[in-house]
Every structure is written in structure tokens, then in C-alpha cells.
Design a protein around this ligand. Structure first.
Ligand code: HOZ
Length: 428
């Protein structure tokens, strides 16, 4: 059993100073019991905690670190940028360099605006959709999470579900009065909603492959119906690709699935581990954004030069490596291995996966949406989590999150993971 005394002391201290001891609830270990590890440093696919324990990292900062930690080219780009100045509050060429790469890579994006987080990006995209259409209603799906935007914290996944508050207090009724939450992946519910309120719907926002209720891949029928209905009713279709952008393919889920939204929200990988979000889409929609158009949106640190440098270096390395087939292969090995183990050991479980994103759900029920995700045995998940942690494997601390492989999760490391998973599954 690894010693974790320094992490424990650090958590005791932070709990006196920061609510719950963490700066984002997804990091607290509330749902799995125990206390979070405090991280001292990282290297390639590994994290090292304050006590010097090493973990193979299957979170990668919740998605951004597809190249692994402290990638030398990203580090060099950041070092060079920060020497030139951390922030200017004025335009730099780096913003266009990153915008160029995003527009070239993501099929549906013709223009893009940089912000500093995924939350800011989804909030802004919804505002632009409303400003563009002159309508108020926004449709979201149960179990999807789009950051902590007031109007979208309705049946929200991720930590909101993990910690039992899918609808947060502190949000006035008025903020969610124009939010319609529908079951994820259900084409009939969608058709009914559009039949009732189609001409009021400004936009529909969704994770085209969901990662925030654990990993769930919707049917092609659902995505096609969504595109057809939004097009027919003049509503803006917004893909939240904060997790899936540059992850499932260079052009994200939309490239993989062959679907074109009107707007796309990005974050995580696009900032190479630095605080970056972005939203983009059709030029006629994006030209509504101030100062080109009337929809206000702003930010002191938007397009921050150091963060832009990290994003550019990350995307360039992904272009050079083109790792997506290999990532899919590694994800496939892990999925097949975990499924075989659960079968052999008689553990009721399903393993959902898309490319390098995956979730092991402790339920016999196929997981196709929020309700089926919630059938999972979260107590058993907690025991599995700790059994893996004690063997040096760092998984998301919630059943309702996706895990991520990086380009450094080699076949050998997947094999080591499966050896540990066999013992962990026996123990739970
Ligand atoms: N979007 C992340 C989980 N799905 C949240 C990470 C965090 O809040 O720290």
C-alpha cells in the first residue's frame, strides 16, 4: 500500500483554505471515499505524488494531455513564449496561427474566437446562437456537461452528477426557464420537442460523443435526426467538442462521425494543458460576435500568448504524429482486455469506448444514456478505483467520467494495466 502522508497533510491544509480543499469538485474524491492525491510533478505518461509514488495517468488533466505530460516541444514553445511576455491584452500573431490550425483541422469551423476555458466557450456559443436566431430556447441532453454555465446546469453530468447536484442551487429559475433537457440519444424525444417548440429553439448543444456521464456513443440515427431537425427549424446545432476535439480524430468527433454542426466548442487539447477554450463555426454566425457584430463577448486573457504557444505546439505535434489509428488500437486492446477479465471473473460490467476515451461501468445494462449510466454500482466502482490506485494506476475518481489514453500508453503499459485490473477486479 503506497504511503500518502504528504498528500494527506496537504489536503488537511488546503481544506482550511479552499472550499472542499480543491479548486474544482471533479478532483475531490468524494464519490470514491478518501482524499485526493496532491501531485508534485509529471513525466510522459506518469504522475508523481508528493510522497514520491508513481502512477500511470489515465486522466491526462481530464483530457488535454494527449501527448503525455511535459512534452518537450510544448515545454520549449511555452518557455520561448513566456520569455517574450506573459500577457499583453493586445492582439498577437500567435492567435491567428492557432486559429488557422483550428479552421484547417475542424471541418465545420470557418471562423473561431479564443477564450480561456470550456465553460466560457459553451456560454458564449449559446449566447451567439440566441443572438443569431433571435430565439431563447436552448436544448441540452441529460448527462451531458457543458461547464458550469447557469442555463446548462440542468441534469448535468460530470462532477454535478458525481456529487449528487445535477441541478445546482444558486441558479435562479429564470436562468433555466428556456432550457429544455431531453434524454441523450433518443430521436423520438427530439422529434417531439421540435414538433412542440421548433420555432422557439435557438440552438441544441450536445457532446457528440459523451464523456461526462462516463463514455457514451450515440447512434448514427440520433445524430442524423438532430442535424435534420435543427436544419429544418433554423436552429443552431452546437457540438461541444471540449473533450473530443483533436482527441477522437484531428477534426474531432465531427470528422470521425462525418457530421457537420453549425458551431463547435473546443477546449482541453487546443490549449496543450494551458487554460484555453474556443468556439467557432459558420462564418455568417460567427460574424455576429462583437466587434464584427452585436453579440458581446470579451476576456482579458483570451488568446493569451503563452497558452496559444502551447496549443500551436500540441496541434503541430498531433499533425506530425497522426496518432489516431494507434490510439484507437490501444483503446481497443484495453477495452477487449477489460471485457475479457470482467467476463472471466463474473463481474457484471460493460466497457464503452470511442478511440482513446473509455469507461468501465459496473452494470450489466448496456449504457446508452444518463439513466442507464446511473444503473452502475458506484460503490463497487469506488473499490475498483482504489484497488487500481494502490497498484499505481490513476483513473478518474468517478463512474461518471471518461478515462483517456495518451500516445504514451503503449501496448506494454496496457498489458501492465490489465494485470493490475485482474487483481483489482478480484478484490472488488
Ligand atoms: N471537465 C472535467 C471533467 N469532465 C472537469 C475537470 C475539473 O473540473 O477539474
Amino acid at each position: 500500500m503506497p504511503v500518502r502522508v504528504r498528500s494527506q497533510a496537504a489536503f488537511e491544509r488546503s481544506s482550511q483554505l479552499i472550499p472542499g480543499g480543491v479548486n474544482s469538485p471533479a478532483r475531490a474524491f468524494g464519490a470514491v471515499g478518501g482524499q485526493p492525491l496532491f501531485i508534485a510533478r509529471s513525466e510522459g505518461p506518469y504522475l508523481f505524488d508528493l510522497d514520491g509514488n508513481r502512477y500511470l495517468d489515465y486522466i491526462g488533466s481530464w483530457g488535454p494531455l494527449i501527448l503525455g505530460h511535459a512534452h518537450p516541444r510544448v515545454v520549449a514553445a511555452v518557455e520561448q513564449a513566456v520569455r517574450q511576455g506573459a500577457s499583453f491584452g493586445a492582439p498577437t500573431e500567435r492567435e491567428s496561427e492557432l486559429a488557422d490550425r483550428i479552421i484547417a483541422g475542424v471541418p465545420s469551423i470557418e471562423m473561431v474566437r479564443m477564450v480561456s476555458s470550456g465553460t466560457e466557450a459553451t456560454m458564449s456559443a449559446v449566447r451567439v446562437a440566441r443572438g443569431y436566431t433571435g430565439r431563447d430556447v436552448v436544448v441540452k441532453f441529460a448527462g451531458c456537461y457543458h461547464g458550469h454555465v447557469d442555463c446548462l446546469l440542468v441534469q448535468a453530468g460530470s462532477a454535478a452528477t458525481t456529487l449528487g447536484v445535477p441541478n445546482s442551487p444558486g441558479i435562479p429559475k429564470g436562468c433555466t426557464a428556456d432550457t429544455l433537457s431531453l434524454p441523450y440519444g433518443d430521436p423520438q424525444a427530439l422529434a417531439d420537442a421540435f414538433a412542440r417548440r421548433g420555432d422557439e429553439i435557438a440552438g441544441v448543444i450536445l457532446e457528440p460523443v459523451a464523456g461526462n456521464m462516463g463514455l457514451v456513443v450515440p447512434s448514427a440515427e440520433f445524430l442524423c435526426e438532430l442535424r435534420r431537425l435543427t436544419h429544418h427549424h433554423g436552429s443552431v446545432l452546437i457540438y461541444d467538442e471540449v473533450m473530443t476535439g483533436f482527441r477522437l480524430a484531428f477534426g474531432g468527433a465531427q470528422e470521425l462521425l462525418g457530421q457537420m454542426p453549425d458551431m463547435t466548442v473546443l477546449g482541453k487539447i487546443v490549449g496543450g494543458g494551458f487554460p484555453v477554450g474556443a468556439y467557432g463555426g459558420r462564418a455568417d454566425i460567427m460574424m455576429k460576435v462583437m466587434p464584427a457584430g452585436p453579440v458581446f463577448q470579451a476576456g482579458t486573457l483570451s488568446g493569451n500568448p503563452v497558452a496559444m504557444a502551447a496549443g500551436i505546439a500540441t496541434l503541430d505535434e498531433l499533425r506530425r504524429l497522426d496518432p489516431y489509428a494507434e490510439l484507437d488500437h490501444l483503446g481497443g486492446s484495453l477495452q477487449a482486455g477489460l471485457l475479457a477479465l470482467t467476463k472471466e471473473l463474473g463481474v457484471p460490467a460493460v466497457v464503452n469506448r470511442c478511440g482513446s476515451m473509455w469507461t468501465l461501468f459496473f452494470t450489466p445494462t448496456p449504457v446508452t444514456g444518463y439513466e442507464s449510466a446511473k444503473t452502475a454500482d458506484t460503490a463497487r466502482f469506488g473499490r475498483f478505483f482504489w484497488a487500481m490506485m494502490d497498484r499505481g494506476f490513476y483513473l478518474p475518481c468517478s463512474q461518471f467520467e471518461a478515462a483517456f489514453c495518451s500516445v504514451l500508453h503503449t501496448e506494454e503499459r496496457i498489458r501492465e494495466t490489465l494485470v493490475a485490473a485482474r487483481e483489482a477486479l478480484k478484490a472488488v
